[in-house]
Design a protein around this ligand. Sequence first.
Ligand code: GAR
Length: 208
Amino acid sequence: MKNIVLFASGSGSNVENIIHHFHDKPNVTIAGVLTNKRDAKVLDRCNKLKVNGLYFNRTAFYDTNCILNILKSLQPDLIVLAGFLWKIPSNLIKNYPNKIVNIHPALLPKYGGKGMYGNHVHQAVKDNMETETGITIHYVNKNYDEGAIIHQSRTEVSSKDSVEEIAKKVHALEYKHFPEVIEKLLNEKSSPNIALGDVDLSQGGVKQ
Ligand code: GAR
């Protein structure tokens, strides 16, 4: 059994899409959805979909081990930031190396960094008359939007596209690719890593 914990700050349409994707997969559980906004729409979606949703405030996140303790109890194989806008504190990054992934609504390294989220990103893409944009799924490190890239997908942008139209194209890419990438990462994490010390070639294989 694999556990996913999701973090989101707003609407949570990606969260809902991911929950639907794994609904009929008996080996994957959405262990919980954590949000930093008390009135985030994502909590309504959790209620509707019967998934544990939990709100936390800034103090709990940055000044206590509260979220770390909750994560320890949920035992995530993967922590997924799906529209989560706060920087992840270093204690969480240290405890979950290569287990926290984020989706960014642009082709990083373009249009990343502090303040670059949601429609701010799409507005910048439009202002710069880009002919394409896309999504980036990446590991999370201590800097905003700078961890190793796992996946990118692209879509064309026309000068006639409004910010909302760009957002729609990007969301379509997110809905298509994010659950697939998460599933692939979970499968990779389940393949046994055989350390050299475990292999006894004189006996013809892996030590029991
Ligand atoms: C998504 O487009 C996601 O890529 C973006 O927020 C949106 C959340 O939409 N994330 C960022 O901008 C992070 N910097 P949703 O709440 O409907 O899933």
